[in-house]
Ligand binder design. Structure first.
Ligand code: HXC
Length: 259
């Protein structure tokens, strides 16, 4: 069995925690042990005061080409039901710090679903996305039909999900799946710069903005507005609010403490 510590790697640079998917020989196909490791490291970074932003990316020529087909091909429905594997995927939604996905090469099937668990995606110009599950006689199971539909609407989601066709980084940008395209050789560098910008913002604001955006996706406008205004009020108990507004009045740069 593959050594658990090698299917992903982690490092901290500045205030950014990196998680690297590291099964390049199989295009970072995600097996269950790997997914558990990703979730565990995400939660670890979420508790680590030195880390403000998390970056998820893949080693080699893919972000991830899907869930590991070798691992699941002989499963039956009861195995899968008892395994309850998606409960681990759900935990990614509880990570409070922003997660930036940096996608190079393929982001397919479960790999695309993992990318869609990130708060924001940067992609290299050669990235390719898609849900090829239909050609395997299955369908997405880790939120693909749900998150993609919410992001791009029914017309585009149906097209990509029903045909299984791959689409380009440019199409992903145009349809709102990714936020920014970067030349391939600069992806990590640009992602790090982007992450550092967010890492230097007041972290309570970042935390509540993330929560509020997620709430807006999931609930009615009325409920989301109530949630937003509670978070807005809460920030007025923070030192960073005092510092931010005083710095503005004093015409100087703010020094945020994350409190
Ligand atoms: C297991 C995989 C894999 C996967 C690639 N590999 N994707 N192994 N699971 N999802 C392996 C190949 O078998 C091969 O191993 C090696 O990685 C390199 O891949 P090639 O196919 O030789 O590369 P290439 O010709 O460049 O084609 C790249 C590719 C193709 C187009 C991405 O690999 C591909 O179609 N992969 C499967 C994509 C897919 O169907 N994903 C959805 C999976 S289902 P060897 O040993 O031959 O060198 C899914 C459901 C999620 O994700 C459900 C929720 C968790």
């Amino acid at each position: 069995m593959e050594n658990e510590s090698r299917s992903i790697e982690t490092r901290v640079e500045g205030q950014v925690g990196f998680i690297t998917l590291n099964r390049p020989k199989v295009l970072n196909a995600i097996n269950r042990q790997m997914l558990s490791s990703i979730v565990r490291e995400m939660e670890e970074f979420d508790r680590d005061d030195n880390v403000k932003v998390i970056v998820l990316h893949g080693n080699g020529r893919a972000f991830a080409a899907g869930a590991d087909i070798d691992e699941m091909m002989n499963d039956d429905s009861i195995d899968l039901e008892l395994l309850n594997q998606f409960v681990e995927w759900d935990r990614l939604a509880w990570v409070k710090k922003p997660i930036i996905g940096a996608v190079q090469g393929f982001a397919l099937g479960g790999g695309f679903e993992l990318a869609l668990c990130c708060d924001i995606l940067l992609a290299s110009e050669d990235a390719e996305f898609g849900f090829p599950e239909v050609d395997l006689g299955v369908m997405p199971g880790a939120g693909g039909t749900v998150r993609l539909t919410k992001l791009v609407g029914r017309a585009t989601a149906m097209r990509w999900l029903l045909t299984g066709e791959r689409f380009t980084a440019k199409e992903a940008l145009d349809s709102g799946v990714v936020s920014k395209l970067v030349p391939s050789d600069l992806l990590l560098e640009e992602t790090e710069k982007f992450a550092s910008i967010i890492a230097n913002k007041p972290s309570l604001s970042i935390r509540f903005i993330k929560e509020s955006v997620h709430k807006a996706e999931d609930t009615s406008i009325y409920e989301a507005m109530q949630f937003e205004r509670k978070n807005f009020s809460l920030l007025f108990s923070s030192e960073d609010q005092k510092e931010g507004m005083n710095a503005f009045k004093e015409k100087r740069k703010p020094h945020f403490k994350g409190q």
